[in-house]
Design a protein around this ligand. Structure first.
Ligand SMILES: Nc1nc2c(ncn2[C@@H]2O[C@H](COP(=O)(O)OP(=O)(O)O[C@H]3O[C@H](CO)[C@@H](O)[C@H](O)[C@@H]3O)[C@@H](O)[C@H]2O)c(=O)[nH]1
Ligand SMILES: [Mg+2]
Length: 193
């Protein structure tokens, strides 16, 4: 347990999500207290899933415009990602990921298996991300996916062969960390061979 005293919290914005400036004192091993200040962004927790089909040797990815990547080295701003989304208030992560899979990809899967929990950007973001894998079948497809239009989401659904996904991973073309983690999980555990 860290010896920490929060001395001041200033909310810089509360527009949709929260950015706070937090001043605190942290006790070091020598017993002395040190003042620090950090900006902390909170948008709640999130869930993501790798959808795979062993018979077809395929996975389902999404592609959408991600402004922060456009601002930092991604000329098109388009990013390949596994389906993912933020937990609604009081929503269970497994329910979130099933909802997001349906909203974003059009598949309605019943079974999801949690494989990891990860703090995605622990120096600045409070988010804890729950990572899942799930098998999908053709009969699970109940809609087109594409995301919520009223939220401004325009998501393209891509069914990609395992070999193409691993090739893109090795070529450095997949640059979303949750997607890399889940693809590596699938490769390490014999799902993608
Ligand atoms: N109006 C408005 N909309 C926003 C803003 N920020 C996000 N949104 C919208 O809020 C929705 C969030 O979509 P989700 O599917 O719930 O989340 P996500 O963006 O896919 O996933 C988040 O968590 C992932 C897991 O860590 C992250 O990988 C991803 O970057 C993101 O933070 C999207 O429609 C997005 O455009 C904003 O500042 N203003
Ligand atoms: Mg999403």
């Amino acid at each position: 347990m860290a010896n920490i005293k929060i001395t001041d919290t200033e909310t810089l914005t509360n527009e949709r999500f929260t950015l706070k400036k937090i001043n605190f004192e942290l006790q070091k091993e020598d017993g002395a207290w040190h003042n620090q200040s950090r900006l902390v962004f909170s948008h709640g927790n999130a869930a993501a899933a790798l959808l795979y089909n062993k018979d077809k040797q395929t996975i389902i990815l999404t592609e959408q415009f991600r402004l922060p990547t456009f601002l930092n080295g991604n000329p098109s701003g388009m990013l390949l990602e596994v389906p993912a989304g933020l937990l609604d208030a009081d929503e269970d992560a497994a329910d979130t990921i099933k909802r997001e899979i349906t909203e974003e990809t059009g598949y309605e899967v019943t079974d999801v298996q949690k494989v990891y929990e990860t703090y995605t950007s622990p120096g600045s973001l409070t988010e804890l991300l729950y990572l899942y894998i799930a098998e999908y079948e053709e009969h699970h497809k109940t809609g087109e996916g594409g995301g919520l239009q009223h939220e401004g989401e325009h998501i393209t659904v891509i069914e990609m062969p395992f070999h193409e996904a691993t090739q893109q991973l090795h070529q450095g073309k997949i640059r979303d960390s949750k997607t890399i983690m889940l693809l590596q999980y699938a490769m390490l555990n014999g799902i993608i061979k």
